[in-house]
Design a protein around this ligand. Sequence first.
Ligand code: SF4
Length: 293
Amino acid sequence: MSLIEKPNKHLIPSVNYHFWQPCNMRCKFCFATYHDVKKQLLPKGHLPKEKSLELIGLLADYGFKKITFVGGEPTLCYWLDELILYAKEKGLTTMIVTNGSNISAEKLIQWQGILDWITLSIDSLNDETNKLIGRKENNYTFQDVNRYRLLIEQIKNFNFRLKINTVVNKYNYKEIVSPFIKEVKPERWKIFKALRIEGQNDKYFSDVSITNEEFTHFLHINHTDVISQAVVEYNEDMRGSYVMIDPAGRFFDNTKGKHTYSSSILESDVEFALSQVSTNYTKFIERGGVYEW
Ligand code: SF4
């Protein structure tokens, strides 16, 4: 992966496209609920397929190199495969972030050759913890450790690159997942401190928030044996270091503790809309945003 020189040598080369608001889970710390977008702008919680395809084309033509399809839960979208295919045809590295509950062998077969990375959101291997977090569907947790093992085995057998995201919060900061991480060996393990975003997760955030000391406990006491292989993001690292797009097709940033949205990318253009949000290339580099993807 080489950093792009044009049109802006300080352009963050990866973009997170939260193209799909609906989710089958209700994690209390979720900072991508987009209830505001759904209520004010987009009753279905997503653009029509054709608009999303158009948007992907604009992003690729502008110079982005990698696109991450995020939700909500992206695998609930019937046309996700078409979005991934088009992004790949446009030369982008492709990734999805998923809770894993809706991935089948059939889906993995369909994604072969067009999807590069699968990021699984795994916060805990404990059923009760996942229920408390809200990482459950109709009170059933998907996160049985053996289910994860099987899913990861399939992901690897199909040669997808594997990343794991873990959000550390009040319910899981005392847990230890080192043996699991050593066993499944993700290429990348990202550990986030739960981040409060007004309008997205402030309603339940007091239930899940932790102090920096509690976060440090998870990192350096419980996971000292694997922490050197992880990418860690404190709240400050997460602010302004990502290029993100909401389900309505607008860039947004979180530097003010809430989402600040640009105008519609489709109705203006990428450069103009991007100039309306705050992104920090240096912070992107410092949080390890550049790696062999
Ligand atoms: S599974 Fe992901 S998108 Fe869905 S509620 Fe949980 S954190 Fe949010």
